[in-house]
Design a protein around this ligand. Structure first.
Ligand SMILES: [Mn+2]
Length: 338
């Protein structure tokens, strides 16, 4: 945990960095998540700026429905910009992300909790890879500099950011995250927090999940559920379904798959030792898809109509058969390595 005087010095430097520049945007990751959005909002408050002179910008847009809901309920807007537009700003504060190494005259300040990246230069850097959330750093800043400006709305955004990045303090959590969480808990709007955190599934997506569970394939400690086609806005049922399947008695590996757009998307979960979910995702992806993740959770997306044996025209049964065979093979080959 950083001391109060360290945080106070950083706030001082950050304010000096922004001073005198008319528009200082806050850059967050390409698919903005709650931690990035909450941290950006906190920065605006810390710099005593308004939306016009500290817009929240991103090179992508908010795609996950639950993140769109958070932005809507908190009332924050993320402006999508292009790389040339980013180069046009004199000074940018990157939060919960680090700038890509591009040639530009833009001066950066960086506040992040991801591993330190190289290839860019910045006037101000505060990177704390041991922290579970960037929102924790911003909470510390606000507490030393502007505690009275933490409104219930801002506290709600920050606590939700910490929650989502740390799975409610269960993953990659530092003492500082717990401290910030406890502080914010007393200030957050609990009703708003419940509304943001409430899952919103469409009826049709839940019916698909029901069918997938009824047809669940389970072999030893491996469970695979296949949902069939999902529309983009319903794709977030897959990680939930994978979590649910991992809760089946005796299951150590779970996979939940479905067709989203022109890809077969598979979310993988694993408990226990040996190789992890990320390794299985890589094995499933082989050279054709994109796969990866952590030891306990991972995701893979495989293009349809590639050189695969199944195509978009393949029936649900066929695709489900293919998926279960691949997952079982993958788990089997990893057991051999262990
Ligand atoms: Mn984060």
């Amino acid at each position: 945990m950083s001391t109060g005087s360290e945080n106070a010095r950083r706030v001082h430097e950050l304010r000096a960095f922004a001073r005198g520049t008319e528009v200082v945007p806050v850059l967050i990751q390409p698919d903005p998540d709650p931690d990035g959005m909450a941290s950006a909002l906190a920065l605006r408050v810390l710099l005593h700026r308004k939306e016009e002179d500290s817009p929240i910008i991103s090179l992508g847009e908010v795609t996950r429905p639950e993140n769109q809901r958070m932005a809507e309920l908190i009332g924050l807007r993320v402006v999508r910009i292009t790389p040339p537009e980013l180069k046009g700003f004199k000074r940018v504060i990157a939060v919960d992300t680090q700038p890509a190494p591009v040639e530009s005259r833009t001066r950066f300040a960086v506040i992040d909790h991801h591993p330190v990246r190289t290839g860019y230069t910045a006037d101000f850097v505060d990177i704390r890879p041991d922290y579970g959330a960037a929102a924790t750093i911003l909470t510390e800043y606000l507490r030393v500099a502007d505690e009275e400006r933490i409104t219930p709305r801002l506290a709600t955004a920050l606590i939700y950011g910490i929650r989502t990045d740390t799975e409610v303090l269960r993953r990659g959590t530092a003492a500082a995250d717990v401290e910030a969480y406890a502080f914010l808990q007393g200030r957050a709007d609990q009703d708003l927090l419940r509304r943001i955190g409430r899952p919103a599934f469409s009826e049709s997506a839940l019916r698909s999940v029901g069918k997938a569970l009824a047809a669940l394939r389970k072999e030893n400690d491996v469970a695979v559920a296949y949902v069939g086609r999902l529309d983009d806005r319903a794709a977030h049922v897959l990680p939930n379904l994978a979590d649910f399947c991992l809760a089946i008695e005796g299951v150590a590996w779970s996979a939940a798959g479905g067709i989203v757009g022109d890809q077969l998307v598979v979310n993988i979960r694993h408990v226990g030792g040996g190789m992890g979910a990320g390794d299985l995702a890589k094995a499933l992806a082989e050279e054709e898809g994109k796969g990866g993740g952590h030891k306990t959770m991972a995701r893979v997306a495989i293009d349809l109509n590639g050189s695969r044996r199944f195509s978009e025209e393949a029936g649900d049964d066929e695709t489900a058969d293919w998926l279960i065979a691949r997952v079982l093979d993958g788990v089997e080959s990893m057991r051999a390595v262990r």
